[in-house]
Design a protein around this ligand. Structure first.
Ligand code: ZN
Length: 74
């Protein structure tokens, strides 16, 4: 996959971390319960999250695909 920012070839890997991850409109102070229009991407409070992800090390962008995830939308 070509980087949509700089057109370099991107490298396939995984984005891995712990606990919850969400796309939010504004930073939440406490929980990550999704509000209107927001998306909770992972809800494993006690284990890792992992997403297939393409990385561009040239312009330092990571693109993740959450199409196969069971997501919670606000
Ligand atoms: Zn790039």
């Amino acid at each position: 996959m070509k980087c949509p920012y700089c057109d370099n070839e991107m490298e396939q890997g995984l984005l891995q971390g712990m606990r919850r991850i969400a796309w939010v409109k504004q930073q939440h102070k406490i929980s990550l319960l999704p509000k209107q229009g927001e998306i909770l991407l992972e809800n494993n409070t006690f284990s890792d999250f992992v997403f297939p992800a393409q990385i561009c090390k040239s312009c330092k962008k990571i693109i993740i695909d959450y199409s196969d995830k069971e997501i919670q939308e606000g």
